[in-house]
Every structure is written in C-alpha cells, then in structure tokens.
Design a protein around this ligand. Structure first.
Ligand SMILES: NC(=O)c1ccc[n+]([C@@H]2O[C@H](COP(=O)([O-])OP(=O)(O)OC[C@H]3O[C@@H](n4cnc5c(N)ncnc54)[C@H](O)[C@@H]3O)[C@@H](O)[C@H]2O)c1
Ligand SMILES: O=C(O)C(=O)C[C@]1(C(=O)O)C=C[C@@H](O)C=C1
Length: 367
C-alpha cells in the first residue's frame, strides 16, 4: 500500500481506522485533520497519525485516500467543501457515518466530477467518543458496510477494502436504503429506546431518591448506549427520520398490544411475548462472534474489598492463564463490582472461566 491517507475527524472512529491501517501498513503515511487543532495535535502525540495537517485543502488535494469520519450532517457539508478542491484524479473518498442515504445523495457532487466516492459504515463502536477512546481492534469481526452512489468498479472497491484490511472487518455492500432501514432497526431505534428508558427513570428520581443507586445489571445493560454522544445521535435521528418514524409507529402499536394482554391478565400471551423475544435473541450471532467476542472478555461479579484484583489474577497466574487486560467497570457502593478480564483468545477465556468456577463462587458471565 502506497500513498497519502488523509483522515478528516480524529475521534473514536477516525482514530481507530488510522490505528488499524497503521497496523497493516506501518510504512504508509497517515495525515490527520480535525476541526479542533488541539485534537489533531493530541492524535499526533498519541501516535494515532503520522502527520498533523491544519489545512483541509492541502490535505485533501494531496491525498490518495480521504476518510471522512465526522458527524453525519458535518459529513454532508464536508463532501460539499472538498468538491471545490482540486482532488487527485484517482483519489478514493469514503466516510464512516452511521446513516447513508443523505450522504450518498450529497456525494453525487463528487461523482459528477469523476471523483470516486464509496460510502462506508463500520458497524462497531462505543458510547465513548474522542481520539483517546480509539482502538486498533475496534472493528474486528464487525460488519463494515459499503454503499455507493452509482456502480463503482470492483477494482476501486477492492482498493478501499485492501486499505481497510487491518480492521479485520467483514465487508458487505448494501444500498443506502437497505442500510438505513436495517441500521434504523438495529442501532438507531434502540438508541431512542435506551434514552427514553433513562428519561423514565429520571422522571421518578425526585420521588424515589434511591432509584439511581438501585439501577442493577438489567437496566445498566439496556441503557449503556444512552451514554453516547448526544450530538452524534441527534444527527443520526434527523437523517434517518422516515425509517425511525415508521419504527415508532410500529413500536407504539406493539406497546398497545402488550398493555392489552397485561390488562387482561392473559398469562399465555405474556409468556409467548417473552418466549419469542428470547428465541430470536438467543439465535443472534452476537452470541458466537462479532465485536463483543473479538475481545474475549470475561465478566466477574466481585465483592468490593481491597485485594480482589490480585486474588483473581493470582488464581489465573497459578494456572498459567495469561490475561491481556483487567479492569473494574463499576463498583456499586459496598456491594459488588464488575471486573472485566480480557484474554487473547477464546481458549484462554474458557480456561479462566473454569479456573474461577472451581476456585470462587463469584458469578461469571460472557456478554
Ligand atoms: N461512535 C460510534 O459508535 C460510531 C460507530 C460507527 C460509525 N460512527 C460514525 O462515525 C462518525 C464519527 O463518529 P465518532 O464516534 O468518531 O465521533 P467522535 O465525536 O469521537 O469524533 C468526531 C471528530 O470529528 C471532529 N469534527 C467534527 N466536525 C468536524 C469537521 N467539520 N471537520 C473536521 N473534524 C470535525 C470532532 O472534533 C471529533 O474529533 C459519525 O458520523 C458517526 O455517526 C460512529
Ligand atoms: O456499541 C455501541 O455503543 C454502539 O452504539 C455502536 C453502534 C451500534 O448501535 O451498534 C452505534 C453506532 C454505529 O453507527 C454503529 C455501532
């Protein structure tokens, strides 16, 4: 791989892409630009990029690949801006935004000028943002969706896939409509529900001051994504409006049905409601592959007392099981905390699980 890679937007996604490209092509030159020069500088210090660029035009005009990794509405504006520059004839421009239709429509401005634009969306991320959260392995085993304005040659698509092969993601080509519908169902709508659940709890906080401290595993799991960047999600919601409105209508209908079976004490229907959800959820590939498993994490519910980490690592060390990371995710006051232990592979994690099952009575789980 040769040439200049120009990354616009050095946050969680732009930074993670930069790191994954560097992993597969250590000699390639990664040039970074962020609207905030302090972030560009921080990315250089963190070795996420090789070179800080403070001129958007200079960076874009000298690039062989341009990766735009900024919020959805900003991405549209950026496509417009760079379309006025003298880009290299063979440059490939791509983005990482979470919606595709409005961006693909906007990118016609580039393709009409003969510039190749391939829309992209790595289907992995986090509720965290910013360059400090960037990780080389973020996209491992995740789907990476590609969508184009018009028919792009396989050769150009392969050039982009080759550049991004360090992501270890699985590429999938979808139309912008298919993309926005499916991500609406699986990602955008769930973020609205998570935020709404948190909103419901918040509305009872004054009446029940203990509420926030009682929030346990279930509430935590289903609302993690409510901690995501609000401006990113406002953009996504606005740009996937029609899909989200139709999902909301269906959801309201579904809630009405559930209200009705609860009102009627219809045990069998209530039971079937949960059975159907469990059956489909248990079959989702998220259980056997995908980004969650690529980190080979094991979670341990542990009591909060000094020395708990060394106790756990001690058991693993005695059985010569290596760990790559260990972290306390949360300590619920005076009760339990969750320890996340990461392993290099599934076998190490399995051995660790057996080891801790034999030696402790702590609850263990793999998400
Ligand atoms: N966070 C996720 O889980 C996730 C996953 C996949 C895709 N995405 C998409 O990727 C894009 C980036 O998301 P992120 O999570 O990296 O956000 P982020 O907030 O971590 O980073 C965005 C960066 O873009 C910069 N920026 C904003 N406007 C800019 C502009 N006009 N010019 C240059 N830089 C600008 C910001 O300063 C920031 O450093 C978004 O479109 C998002 O929808 C996010
Ligand atoms: O894991 C998370 O926190 C995410 O929200 C990641 C997530 C998702 O909804 O799955 C969010 C937005 C992206 O466009 C792709 C992935």
């Amino acid at each position: 791989m040769q040439g200049n890679i120009f990354i616009i937007g050095l946050g969680l996604i732009g930074g993670s892409i930069a790191l994954s490209i560097k992993k597969s092509y250590p000699d390639v030159k990664i040039i970074g630009y962020d609207v905030d020069p302090n972030i560009t500088h921080q990315a250089k210090i963190l070795k996420v990029i090789d070179h800080e660029e403070n001129s958007l035009q200079h960076g874009a005009e000298n690039a062989d690949f341009i990766i735009i990794s900024i919020p959805v509405v900003e991405t549209e504006k950026m496509i417009e801006r760079i379309s006025h520059f003298q880009l290299k004839e063979n440059v490939i421009v791509t983005d990482t935004a979470s919606t595709k239709k409005s961006i693909i429509n906007k990118a016609a401005i580039l393709t009409e000028k003969g510039i190749c634009f391939i829309g992209g969306h790595p289907m992995a991320g986090s509720h965290k943002s910013g360059v400090t959260a960037a990780r080389e392995h973020l996209f491992e085993n995740a789907f990476y969706i590609l969508s184009s304005v018009s028919k792009i040659s396989n050769e150009r698509i392969n050039d982009l896939k080759q550049l991004l092969n360090g992501t270890n993601a699985k590429f999938l080509e979808l139309s912008a409509d298919e993309h926005d519908k499916m991500t609406g169902i699986l990602s955008h709508f769930p973020h609205i529900i998570a935020a709404s659940l948190v909103g419901q709890a918040r509305s009872y906080q004054a009446e029940y001051p203990l509420l926030s401290r009682l929030a346990a595993g279930g509430f935590r799991d289903i609302t993690r994504i409510a901690s995501s960047n609000p401006s990113m999600w406002a953009d996504i919601t606005i740009r996937n409006k029609q899909v989200l409105l139709s999902l909301l209508t269906e959801w309201n209908q579904d809630m009405e049905n559930i209200r009705s079976i609860i009102e009627q004490d219809d045990y069998e229907k209530i039971f079937q409601f949960f059975v159907q959800a469990k059956t489909y959820r248990d079959e989702l590939p998220v259980h056997t592959k995908g980004v969650l498993h690529s980190f080979y994490d094991l979670y341990v519910d542990v009591p909060d007392y000094p020395g708990i980490i060394s106790e756990i690592t001690g058991y693993l060390a005695e059985e010569r099981i290596s760990i790559t990371n260990i972290r306390i995710l949360e300590m619920r006051e005076d009760i339990y905390g969750v320890l996340r232990i990461s392993f290099q592979n599934a076998e190490d994690r399995e051995n660790a699980k057996k080891c801790l099952e034999n030696r402790t009575s702590y609850e263990l789980f793999i998400q």
